[in-house]
Design a protein. Structure first.
Length: 290
């Protein structure tokens, strides 16, 4: 593959978030409602699209748990398939629940649903008490060490050294800026502010192409590779090509996030991935640099 610039996602690409963000999703719902979804089912929400923001995925998982108590009788994959049919994301999840329950049951779900509380718990579990107090400017109510400390680095230093020596490198992530800083420092990647987009930098989120097309313009790159670990990452590259056909955008999926093995490879390819690699460390060979 040829490229003038390389853009990377963080989660599942540079660092492993299976025991941090994904664990926080599951345990936040459990702590607030006494029941939750299996961690393996988080991927079904990701595949439905529109859940680049893990807080919103947590809210949707809580909706599913509350609706199930009120008579929603379907497995998670059926629920997330219906979300996908409605365009993905939290708004679609709310519509699915509204379409599935009688008015009195729906009212009980809405009364019990508390996204604000879910976010508070999520952030305390993920950040830990000290970092939560620092970044959220709030007093923690949970005794949590912080799942952010359980994020193994996936990218090898030699890979980053080779990439940054040969290409301008950008970042597009659903993390808040402060949490992106922590992960990038841990991975050993220094990216200028104008070459990255975080949750704090744009409203739409992936798979909207704005961040990727803007970075292409800033890099003055005709051929851009975007490496991610979800179907929405691939959709972002596809949408960028449709929006900005004068440039070539290639989506590359890695098998180090929630999508793994041959099934993950097939899902990526079905969404239009240009290539699928086992990990970010195989990108150099794809680019002809190894």
């Amino acid at each position: 593959m040829n490229a003038d610039a390389v853009v990377l996602d963080i989660d599942g690409v540079l660092v492993d978030v299976a025991d941090s963000y994904r664990r926080a999703i599951v345990e936040s719902v459990s702590r607030v409602y006494g029941d939750t979804i299996p961690k393996s089912d988080v991927q079904a929400f990701k595949d439905a699209g529109g859940f680049n923001n893990d807080w919103e995925l947590t809210y949707a998982a809580a909706l599913y748990v509350l609706a199930s108590r009120e008579g929603l009788d379907q497995p998670v994959e059926a629920f997330t398939d219906r979300i996908a049919e409605r365009g993905g994301g939290l708004d679609a999840a709310e519509r699915v629940v509204a379409d599935s329950l009688p008015d009195d049951a729906l009212a009980r779900v809405r009364d019990a649903w508390n996204p604000g509380r879910l976010r508070e718990v999520f952030q305390q579990l993920y950040l830990g008490g000290e970092l939560y107090a620092d970044l959220e400017d709030a007093e923690p109510t949970l005794d949590a060490r912080g799942y952010i400390n359980d994020e193994p680095v996936l990218v090898e230093p030699e890979t980053l050294a080779e990439l940054t020596a040969n290409y301008p490198v950008g970042v597009v992530t659903g993390r808040p800026a402060a949490e992106a800083d922590i992960a990038l420092e841990r991975a050993g990647l220094d990216v200028a502010d104008e070459h990255r987009f975080t949750m704090d930098d744009w409203e739409q989120g992936k798979p909207h192409p704005h961040a990727l097309t803007t970075l292409a313009e800033r890099f003055d790159a005709e051929r851009v590779i975007f490496v991610g670990d979800t179907l929405d990452d691939i959709r972002t590259a596809v949408n960028a090509t449709e929006t900005n056909p004068d440039r070539d955008y290639s989506g590359v999926g890695v098998l180090t996030g929630g999508l793994t093995g041959e099934e993950g490879r097939r899902k990526y390819e079905a969404e239009g991935a240009t290539a699928v690699v086992d990990s970010i460390n195989d990108l150099l060979a794809l680019l002809g640099e190894d």
